[in-house]
Ligand binder design. Structure first.
Ligand SMILES: [Zn+2]
Length: 223
């Protein structure tokens, strides 16, 4: 995971997302539950190329080449609609075959809150490009914070994100260490490093050194 410079917000971005942003705000004001498919216009995908260029064609989390997966997805750093949580048992956090990429063990995330950071759905500062595996299979609607999460997100909340962001402000490489086998561990016991590894599913696994050595959690792809 690398540090990139966020692309400049296009001059017409606010104009292009205005209607979609207002639609979501109106639904929230009405007290209506938001539907990911029908309430959120995916107009953000128009800007995918800008983020891909800024990220040098790499997934913002795992560094996979997004040019080989249709340019990847525009990912919301803070989930727009719902918050998920990791299961307490590591055995339920998913396992991926090293060579095929197929899931050998399902990732059983639980819904913590049906509402997410809806007011950031159309904020330029909340976007990055991620590969489908990171966006749809691993990170999904996870967003760990340092504080105990006891209620749905609110614009007034002060919170401390634990998930590293490829657009900073902190350099992810200061929180993640890579060994000669590509395994990733928290650098200097970094809490942000650990949370990012757990969220994106690219940490070492105890199974790596057992008879199931061909199965492991995701590792750092070849650069
Ligand atoms: Zn990825």
């Amino acid at each position: 995971m690398l540090l990139f410079t966020r692309p400049a917000e296009p001059s017409d971005f606010a104009k292009k997302v205005k209607a979609a942003k207002e639609h979501v705000a109106a639904a929230v004001n009405e007290g209506r539950p938001l539907d990911s498919k029908h309430d959120f216009d995916s107009i953000w995908s128009q800007f995918k190329d800008l983020f891909s260029q800024a990220q040098k064609g790499k997934c913002g989390f795992c560094e996979r080449d997004v040019r080989t997966c249709f340019g990847g997805d525009v990912e919301h750093y803070r989930p727009k609609n719902g918050i998920e949580e990791l299961p307490p048992d590591e055995a339920d956090r998913g396992l991926e075959d090293e060579f095929t990429g197929k899931l050998r063990r399902k990732r059983n995330l639980s819904d913590a809150f049906k509402s997410g950071y809806w007011w950031l759905a159309y904020e330029w500062s909340n976007y990055l490009v991620a590969c489908p595996r990171c966006n749809r299979t691993w990170k999904r609607c996870l967003f760990p914070i340092a504080e105990a999460r006891t209620k749905k997100p609110d614009p007034e909340d002060a919170e401390t994100p634990l998930l590293l962001n490829p657009f900073g402000p902190e350099d992810p490489t200061q929180h993640l260490a890579y060994d000669e086998f590509g395994q990733i561990t928290p650098r200097d016991k970094s809490a942000r490093g650990r949370a990012t590894i757990e969220t994106c599913g690219f940490g070492p696994t105890p199974l790596f050194s057992t008879s199931a050595a061909h199965c492991r959690r995701r590792s750092q792809p070849a650069r």
